[in-house]
Write a new protein. Structure first.
Length: 137
């Protein structure tokens, strides 16, 4: 397997719902492992996600988990997830789904550098940037 760079998202108890939502957005295969499966049966976090990985058909990979007990969950303060490329229809489709019910900081529109760009924070508190460049000739 080649090396890959992808975001790893932390959630405050709703990782399952968030990762299932991203599967609806991007498609692909979602693998979820709970704390209970890792030996924490009978605990309050048993059904929470210890590790989840979504592998979309187009090569996107997204990983995430619920914040482990004893650690503080601070949503959205130290990262953004960036989607970029030149496939206008594909990227607009992702934007439409991600921005539904989201807080939109920058509407998806042409920017001064020439690309179409938008920023939103989705309904799970995850900040996204979508950048659509002109197709390379």
């Amino acid at each position: 397997m080649a090396s890959r760079l992808n975001p790893y998202l932390s959630f405050g108890g709703d990782a399952r719902q968030a990762l299932e939502f991203y599967k609806e957005v991007f498609g692909g295969d979602l693998a979820l492992n709970t704390f209970g499966e890792a030996g924490h049966q009978g605990t309050p976090e048993a059904d929470q996600i210890m590790h989840g990985m979504l592998e979309a058909p187009n090569g996107f990979t997204l990983m995430g988990a619920d914040t482990p007990p004893g650690m503080q969950h601070n949503p959205g303060n130290n990262f953004s997830v960036s989607l970029s490329g030149d496939d206008d229809a594909e990227l607009r489709g992702y934007w439409e789904k991600l921005s539904a019910g989201a807080s939109v900081a920058v509407p998806l529109e042409k920017q001064m550098w020439g690309d179409v760009f938008g920023m939103c924070t989705d309904r799970f508190g995850v900040p996204w940037m979508v950048n659509i460049s002109e197709p390379q000739s």
